[in-house]
Design a protein around this ligand. Structure first.
Ligand code: PXP
Length: 251
């Protein structure tokens, strides 16, 4: 049986959420903890293939200085999630992350809620994809498993799509089965169009087995569950636990 080549991007935003809860106004303090770089290095030691962060317009967790620190010191790949704004694009062009994942961003949301509307914003997204790609960054679109969104992502020149697994994660039974079928169809089409297929949002060691019906998965981006598990077993063990589950994927 072929080995699983599924890669893991560990999203460490919530390590920084904890730091901001206490030190938002005292980031220069030597007491400011937990350290974002230590978290990234722990995840890497456990076998993470990339470090994922979301620099939000409201800077609720990751700060510009965190992006710079990680860019300089991590040994794997840096995956920057970003909304399509001029301000964040300028930062991404300067920092040159290995990957960018374009996400929708809404100030009121607790976390990224829906997929990006690539169909509706294709011209604005096309110029951002071109600017980032020309600067050496591989660009992904975080989209719902909707065939029109997959086609539009390929059409504007994205190299990858990240299929939004929030609906999958939040349902069980026949509703989850229906969402798995949508994810399969989106992955098949994306693969046929030459896109790398990633997935993320709400993934846990418990729900991943149900995701394994989806073909062509190359990379998962997982944050909340890993950081939650880390509270009890440590970050390194939490990443290793996730990687052990991911090793059971067969394309
Ligand atoms: N991928 C994208 C594009 C996201 O916006 C998020 C949430 O920040 C994740 C993956 C990770 O989701 P979770 O924290 O639920 O694992």
């Amino acid at each position: 049986m072929p080995q699983s080549n599924l890669l893991l991007g560990v999203n460490i935003d919530h390590v920084v959420t904890l730091r901001q809860a206490r030190y938002r106004t005292m980031l220069a303090s030597p007491n400011a903890e937990p350290c974002v770089l230590t978290a990234a290095l722990e995840a890497e030691k456990a076998g993470a293939h990339s470090i994922t962060i979301h620099l939000r317009a409201d800077r609720r967790h990751i700060q510009d200085a965190d992006v710079l620190l990680l860019r300089k010191h991590i040994g794997t790949k840096l995956n920057l999630e970003m909304g399509n704004t001029r301000e964040i694009l300028a930062i991404a062009l300067e920092m040159r992350p290995d990957f960018v994942c374009m996400v929708p961003e809404n100030r009121e949301e607790v976390t990224t809620e829906g997929g990006l509307d690539v169909v509706g914003q294709c011209e604005a997204l096309r110029s951002t994809v071109t600017a980032l790609s020309d600067n050496g960054t591989r660009v992904s679109m975080f989209i719902a498993p909707d065939l029109e969104q997959v086609r539009a992502s390929a059409d504007i020149g994205a190299a990858m799509i990240e299929l939004h697994t929030g609906t999958f994660a939040n349902h069980t039974g026949p509703e989850r089965d229906a969402e798995v079928r949508r994810l399969c169809a989106a992955a098949e089409l994306g693969h046929a169009l030459g896109l790398q297929i990633n997935a993320g949002h709400g993934l846990t060691t418990k729900n991943l087995p149900d995701l394994w019906a989806v073909p062509h998965l190359a990379e998962l981006n997982i944050g909340h569950h890993i950081v939650s598990r880390a509270v009890f077993i440590g970050l390194r063990a939490a990443v290793q636990e996730m990687l052990a589950m991911m090793a059971t994927y067969r394309d």
